[in-house]
Design a protein around this ligand. Structure first.
Ligand code: DAH
Length: 316
């Protein structure tokens, strides 16, 4: 019987041959169908049924044979576990973004809240309110980019502490983050760099609170348990007394990390705070410099070239 015959076929070629012999131009079923008009009703129904059943059987058998071929092929294949995997192309965060995220989360965990400000700054916020009036010799400490209208490209994020006190008043515990600009260009200085400014104004706040926060911050950021700090007297117009803080690095060298001090009474007055009631400290540092140290990078400018090859070779 044809039905048995189909079921016993094991190759696609044989199946195709029998299909052609049945349904092809000169096929047996084709011939029968041509004679359909001479059949009585019952015979027609029977023929139709046979036609359909056979077609289904061919289809089913074809699928079965194809599956069997596939399974046999899979069983013959061996998994070569020594082959290299497809190369993974993963993106990462830029080292500056990584370090900024870390710095912010440490400062936020100490209760400082983040503030930002404009990069094109007016004279008041960048200099005058920071106790650096026109013709003050300290203006020469920073090689400033001036704009024709008298504004400047912000030379220091200290400007943000003024804006923060103006808008939020005192007491305040904030840090300012942003790009700063100076006419500088060498391995450790670029014309644009990232600065962080910390400010804590309240009542009874002293220099030892400043040093405690800086110590805790640096030990967290650099993952050094007992950071050794060196405090040197310095000068900044907006702090009095002013200090510079050095960190003892792994090779026993002292590295200059940040400027800091007790906020000058004039700065507080300029922001509407009474220095007889409120005192506090401020500190400022380059966050790209901190990233350079943490990731052991020789040239600060690499951080701003956005060369993916360099980023990859540096391990980012
Ligand atoms: N603004 C200073 C600079 O750009 C850094 C600085 C020094 C910030 C002392 C401070 C500070 O808040 O108290 O060099």
């Amino acid at each position: 019987m044809m039905q048995e015959q189909i079921k016993n076929i094991n190759s696609l070629e044989e199946l195709q041959a029998l299909y052609t012999a049945t349904f092809g131009k000169n096929g047996t079923m084709t011939a029968k169908l041509k004679e359909m008009k001479n059949l009585d009703n019952d015979a027609r129904v029977a023929l139709n049924l046979e036609n359909q059943t056979l077609r289904e059987l061919f289809k089913t058998r074809q699928m079965e044979i194809e599956n069997a071929i596939l399974m046999a092929g899979l069983q013959k294949q061996k998994l070569d576990v020594s082959l290299n995997p497809m190369p993974e192309n993963r993106g990462t965060l830029h080292p500056l973004t990584q370090s900024l995220t870390e710095i912010s989360s440490i400062l936020e965990s100490f209760g400082y809240t983040m503030h930002t400000g404009p990069q094109v700054e007016d004279d008041w916020h960048n200099f005058t309110a920071l106790n650096t009036p026109l013709h003050h010799p300290a203006r020469d400490m920073q090689d400033t980019f001036f704009l024709p209208n008298g504004n400047v490209l912000r030379t220091q994020t200290s400007a943000i502490q003024i804006r923060a006190m103006e808008s939020s008043g005192v007491p305040i515990k904030m840090f300012g983050v942003g790009a700063t600009y100076r006419k500088e260009w060498d391995a450790t200085h670029g014309p644009m760099f990232g600065q962080i400014e910390g400010l804590y104004i309240g009542q009874g706040i002293t220099m030892s609170d400043l040093i405690a926060d800086v110590r805790a911050f640096l030990s967290k950021f650099f993952e050094i348990e007992n950071v050794e700090l060196r405090i040197r007297p310095s000068y900044f117009p907006f702090t009095d007394p002013s200090i510079e803080i050095d960190l003892k690095w792994k090779n026993d060298k002292w590295l200059e990390i940040m400027g800091a001090g007790m906020v000058h009474p004039n700065v507080l007055r300029n922001c509407g705070a009474d220095p007889d009631v409120y005192q506090g400290f401020a500190f400022g540092f380059g966050w790209d410099r901190l990233a350079m140290l943490k990731y052991n990078l020789p040239d600060l400018r690499d951080l701003y070239n956005n060369d993916v090859r360099w980023l990859k070779s540096a391990g980012f």
